[in-house]
Design a protein around this ligand. Sequence first.
Ligand code: NDP
Length: 240
Amino acid sequence: MSSDSRVMVITGASSGIGEATARVLVAEGHRVALLARRGDRLSALASELGDQALAVQADVTDYPSLQAAAEQVVAHWGRVDALINNAGVMLLGPFTSDQHEERRRMVEVNLLGAMNATEAFLEHLEASGGDIVNISSVAGRTARAGNSGYAATKWGMNGWSEALRQELLPDVRVMTVEPGIIDSELREHTTDPDVKAMIQTAYDSLAIPAQDVGETIAFMLSRPKRMTINELMLRPTAQQ
Ligand code: NDP
């Protein structure tokens, strides 16, 4: 293992952007702790990636499971150099009482989940002088009819992330990434059939590979410590 090999924790590493980011970081020589709920997916990815990957089952809405994850990562590799708060769900639809549970779940996973994971890993990031990368969205900078709950979580994440940046500088860097339409499982979970059909059409025509986001995150993390890419939005070129 090279001396440049850092220990990076990725939440939501069982699919999509998290999985793609893990592959890119391992290819660059880093070690990755893969966190998510689906243990079978994590184990399969970890065995494919080898000694540089560790599968750690954890639910970002369950703080004790994140504390246990932090202990497991530190027991295994002795340190944590970066946390990528990527776990998220997108359950789009109009603001109606039918969406009550879906909105609550998005806030719990997308916003409070990132705060929970940060709380669980923060002392280790402060000890190493590490980095936090928060995966927001174009929906954290724009709002449309039909995405109020999801946009609220991502606008919330942007505000939290910027305040955290100011609190933790200069020891811990905090970065925000705002992707556009990316190919992943995210589009599958919306339950409203009309909205889901609209999303599928947009994704089928525009989505770019999750690897593009993984490579962007890896670039941001590779910048010298004297500078920080505070906020970065990326979209498919053809996206409005
Ligand atoms: P995926 O659905 O492919 O991945 C979401 C990941 O989040 C999965 O690994 C899932 O794992 C994990 N997750 C969900 N709930 C929990 C939970 N309670 N605890 C731990 N992990 C959880 O979608 P993406 O890769 O696209 O999404 C990753 C992030 O990127 C999200 O924050 C999303 O909002 C953001 N994003 C995505 C865009 C896109 O177009 N795809 C655009 C902009 C932002 P598991 O189910 O195993 O727990």
